[in-house]
Design a protein around this ligand. Structure first.
Ligand SMILES: [Zn+2]
Length: 349
């Protein structure tokens, strides 16, 4: 099979290698599509442990079953999306269904071979059947962007009737607004510094605010007013990864509210241990973090998408071939992704 392998730091190589042999508990998939994004540029730079080289990257996997042994597995030929998280299955976290934080976790496309090849092995427990006529480019979003969002929305406890503030509506914030609505949020206010992004998310939320020239305190007041929630929001999502966005997200909470921190902030925020008593303890607000997703999040995300509750089309970027992946990653390093996932056509035809 043709496989795009990482063979060293900064080095991807197209090789002809043997199709992997099926092991017990694992299914052999013919890869249909994968995705390329900022994460892969970091992988290629050597920022994550690949568990040895060469390694086939590509953690987002849409495939067709070639062979699977379990009677519960869908039959050969079934189109599936694979969860890339491979928990040990034995530890207390895996038993609780928290496989995304299993200390012995492996990951397809990171330290196990992934979807940048014509065939890939995936645990049978990780594959979810999809309708054969599904839009494959959109289905790629079900392999990471959607379950990651479901995980965050469900972990922070969004429920019927809740009032939600979303700071940052790039691809993740956009998905957060839709999933929060599907979980029953009745008031959603989105803030960003880009009018274009606010316009895209407008149909899914109750109000949008450009906070580009506001301090966190000003953004807080404007968001409370727009949402009609003078005492603050039940839940705030931070997805921008900016210090000012973190400050705003904490400020907009009602006493007893929860902040879900999805952005990776690199820098100092105004909220620190000196303001800890006033901002956190006195108002009894919670600070919740998220990493990855579980198989249950996959089930929920797929059901929401197939049930017409999510529009992932704005997240879909250009489609490239496997051969074009190295040049695409170079392009992403230079120009970013514009909040979209590049779809990698491995065997879509
Ligand atoms: Zn485990």
């Amino acid at each position: 099979m043709r496989a795009l392998q990482m063979v060293g730091e900064g080095r991807l190589e197209m090789d002809e290698i043997a199709v992997p042999e099926v092991r017990e508990g694992w299914a052999l998939l013919r890869t249909v599509a994968s995705a390329a994004g900022l994460f892969h540029t970091q992988m290629v730079k050597g920022m994550l442990d690949t568990g040895g080289l060469p390694r086939i990257l590509g953690h987002e996997i849409i495939g067709e079953i070639v062979e699977a042994g379990s009677p519960a597995s869908p039959p050969p030929g079934t189109l599936v999306v694979s969860d890339a998280v491979v928990g040990c299955g034995v530890c207390e976290w895996c038993i609780r269904g928290e496989d995304s934080i299993c200390p012995w976790m492996h990951h397809l496309g990171i330290d196990l071979d992934g979807g940048f090849a014509e065939y890939v092995l995936a645990p049978e427990a990780n594959i979810f059947p999809l309708p054969p006529d599904i839009n494959v480019q959109e289905a790629v979003m079900l392999s990471s962007a959607v379950p990651a969002t479901v995980h965050a929305v469900s972990k922070v406890g969004v429920d019927a009737g809740m009032r939600v503030a979303v700071s940052g509506v790039g691809s993740i914030g956009f998905a957060v607004c839709q999933v929060a609505k599907a979980f029953g949020a009745t008031t959603i206010v989105a803030a960003d510094v880009s009018d274009a992004q606010l316009e895209a998310v407008a149909p899914w939320v109750d109000a949008t605010i450009n906070v580009g020239d506001m301090t966190p305190a000003e953004a807080d007041s404007a968001m409370r007013e727009a949402g009609g929630v003078p005492h603050g929001f039940d839940v705030g999502f931070e997805t921008a990864g900016q210090a000012s966005s973190v400050d705003t997200t904490i400020k907009v909470l009602r006493p007893g509210g929860s902040a879900m921190m999805m952005g990776i902030v690199d820098g100092r925020t105004a909220i620190n241990f000196e303001s800890y008593l006033a901002e956190f303890v006195r108002r009894e607000v919670s600070f919740v973090t998220t990493f990855g997703f579980t198989r249950k999040d996959f089930l929920i995300g797929n059901a929401l998408y197939l049930g017409g509750r999510l529009d992932v089309s704005p997240l879909v970027g250009p489609t490239v071939t496997l051969d074009e992946v190295p040049a695409t990653l170079d392009y992403i390093v230079e120009h970013g992704t514009g909040g979209k996932r590049y779809v990698v056509d491995v065997g879509m035809a």
